[in-house]
Design a protein around this ligand. Structure first.
Ligand code: T4K
Length: 375
């Protein structure tokens, strides 16, 4: 298990947002009356509709988690051969490609917002390339305009891993509007959660039927099974949690904004720290607070250690690069993506969640600043 449950006095990298206990209990009462627990019930339908409305789209299919949403978006779009992606991401992105029997081709990231370096993309396209899976890492939106132009030129499909972006808008648009599809995660650690959950937002209406079938074993009806699907249906208790949390989303993002602003105020001007960058046109969701320690008085691992000595547990998202995972030993080399390798060795994601007290943010910043002053 990678996770760690917080004990009294500990501050972890994030903490799930929850409605009040009473609100959730009230919400789930009808589930007992109906005894309908899963397989696209009323709560599933309601959440799917409310999420689509919130995002300003009518093309959204709900999934049990973000990972299965990505695996099945790849299957639905029938990608083949090679898929260009980045290794500076969570395991899910690369695993979804490999589990679809495709070959990930790793493109480097740019050093500004850590998304795919579009200048290096075209050189990686071969006659086997069928698609691109760029990651809006930490909620930073990729260069969607240039990616679209390249995809068009070579006839490639684009699926954005938008797991970190729910609640954001870019250039006045829903972040799901770019590419052929985008996948979202509603995991407990995300800005919006349905305990576990995910969705695919897609461009073409035909995808709805296929995605709905794929998440239910490829079953079209009781006598027709048309695709080799799997089981990726969100259950009613998850959907009920999503319905509760959606009501509080704007407030939660606002609280996160205050946390992020306090970090920015307190860490601004500290030499050797690179703070998050929000590009023009982005309405951020403040999902993560990644800091790159480059030329700071201490290296990333030393800062990590000192913070843990104070019962503060940031995370090294995203170290190691997925291309360096043991399960891929001998297959890929992080030498192919030097900027990603550089950032993975230096980044630390500081605690960031709606209920993080501003005094705690200040304490975290003071610990970091003191490390600089001591040297
Ligand atoms: N693509 C990208 C780019 C992603 O980052 C992710 C997921 C996906 C795709 C796939 O989406 P999902 O299939 O997960 O929907 C966590 C999350 O489990 C994962 O969803 C997320 N990315 C990733 C970046 O972070 P871990 O292994 O770091 O989680 P864990 O258990 O260490 O939890 C982190 C902290 O969260 C804990 O220290 C405390 C807090 N927490 C955790 C849980 C489980 C809570 O407050 N409540 C909880 O219930 O992966």
């Amino acid at each position: 298990m990678s996770g760690q449950q917080d004990k009294e006095g500990e501050i972890l990298v994030t903490r799930a947002s929850l409605p009040s206990y009473e609100e959730y209990i009230e919400m789930i009462k009808p589930i007992w009356d109906s005894a309908w627990l899963t397989n696209m019930g009323d709560f599933h339908r309601r959440l799917e509709k409310e999420l689509a409305d919130y995002m300003g789209t009518d093309k959204l299919v709900l999934f049990v988690n973000g990972h299965m949403a990505l695996e099945m978006a790849i299957q639905a779009l029938e990608l083949t051969g090679e898929v260009i992606t980045t290794p500076f991401t969570f395991a899910s992105t690369t695993h979804a490609i490999v589990r679809n029997h495709l070959t990930p081709v790793f493109c480097d990231i740019n050093p500004v917002d850590y998304t795919i370096d579009v200048d290096k993309l075209e050189a990686l396209i071969t006659d086997k390339t069928s698609g691109i899976i760029p990651v809006h890492v930490y909620g930073n939106i990729c260069d969607v305009e240039r990616i679209e132009a390249i995809a068009k030129k070579y006839g490639l499909k684009v699926i954005y891993d938008a797991a970190h972006t729910f609640g954001e808008r870019y250039m006045g648009k829903c972040v799901g509007e770019f590419g052929d599809a985008s996948i979202f995660s509603f995991h407990a650690t995300k800005v919006f959660n349905s305990i576990e959950g995910g969705a695919v937002v897609f461009g073409k209406e035909w995808m709805r039927h296929r995605l709905n079938c794929l998440k239910n074993y490829g079953i079209v009806d009781q006598e027709h099974v048309v695709w080799v699907g799997g089981n990726a249906k969100m259950n009613e208790f998850q959907a009920a949690m999503g319905l509760c949390n959606l009501k509080h989303l704007e407030g939660e993002i606002e609280k996160r904004r205050r946390v992020v602003e306090r970090y920015q105020e307190r860490l601004k001007g500290v030499s050797g720290l690179k703070l998050p960058f929000y590009k023009e046109g982005l309405t951020p969701n403040y999902a993560y607070f990644p800091v790159v320690f480059d030329g700071f008085a201490a290296d990333r691992n030393q800062v990590y250690q000192v913070l843990t000595q104070h019962n503060i547990y940031p995370r090294k998202y995203f170290y190691p690069l997925t291309s360096d995972f043991q399960c891929f030993e001998g297959k890929y080399s992080s030498k192919a993506t030097p900027v990603a390798a550089y950032m993975a060795d230096r980044v630390l994601t500081l605690p960031c969640y709606a209920d993080l007290a501003l005094e705690d943010v200040e304490r975290i910043c003071d610990i970091i600043r003191n490390m600089q002053e001591r040297v």
